[in-house]
Ligand binder design. Structure first.
Ligand SMILES: N[C@@H](CCC(=O)N[C@@H](CS)C(=O)NCC(=O)O)C(=O)O
Length: 216
């Protein structure tokens, strides 16, 4: 295996970075982490040194660069870990649909409840548009847990890329203290209990940069 490098933003703020990082951790991969604090005077130039899109995360595997968090998750699953998607083809298609929906949508939630792991803003950011997106997330979580969740405490039982896509949403629900019923809370707590998430949070708490109203 060539040496893997994952370029990410601040752990406190970079929701896209968290997705790729979590999948790599859950796959048990060893990798070098390059952390570029966002929103600084040199951020753009630094990210450009690594990333063709000028965004993080980007995974560097030898001569190959993979950017876009979902593409990184797909690559890790294809190349290094064949258990990051549900085994059944139809169930996998549903998992992929959910990931694509998450990757492309939920703009209201992103804009009004940006990820900020260290802080608490109870009740802030709630708008009718955000509520509608949260309701959709609740429906996805409920359906996945009820239909596919037996055999584990993740959405499809065992950990899949879908859980990585929702990990930053769990962080947002903690920060903005979004109320969850018992079933949804159990899922959120299972995500928070993952050792990799604990590691991410511990690092987020040690970061010193503070970026007001960053929307990721
Ligand atoms: N769709 C991209 C989004 C990546 C993204 O927006 N990354 C933010 C950080 S979370 C970034 O690189 N911002 C730096 C900038 O725009 O200068 C993905 O899934 O990776």
């Amino acid at each position: 295996m060539t040496e893997l490098t994952l370029v990410i933003g601040n752990k406190n703020y970079s929701s896209w970075s968290l997705r790729a990082w979590l999948v790599m951790k859950q796959a048990g991969l060893k990798f070098t982490e390059v952390r570029i604090p966002l929103d600084g005077p040199t951020t753009h130039a630094e990210i450009r040194r690594y990333s063709p899109s000028g965004k993080v995360p980007v995974l560097i595997d030898g001569d190959l660069k993979v950017w876009e968090s979902l593409a990184i998750c797909e690559y890790v699953a294809d190349r290094y870990a064949d258990d990051l998607w549900p085994a059944d083809i139809a169930v996998r298609a549903i998992a992929r649909s959910i990931c694509a929906e998450m990757h492309a949508g939920f703009q209201n939630l992103r804009e009004n409840m940006p990820m900020d792991c260290r802080n608490r803003y109870p009740g802030e950011g709630m708008t009718p548009g955000v509520q509608a997106e949260i309701d959709r997330i609740f429906a996805i979580w409920r359906q996945c847990r009820q239909k596919f969740g037996t055999g584990g405490d993740m959405l499809f039982g065992k950990f899949t890329v879908v859980d990585a896509m929702f990990a930053p949403v769990v962080m947002r629900f903690v920060t903005y203290e979004v109320k969850l019923n018992a079933e949804l809370k159990a899922y959120a707590e299972a995500i928070l209990a993952l050792p990799a998430i604990q590691e991410w949070l511990a690092a987020a708490y040690t970061e010193t940069e503070s970026i007001p109203q960053i929307k990721m």
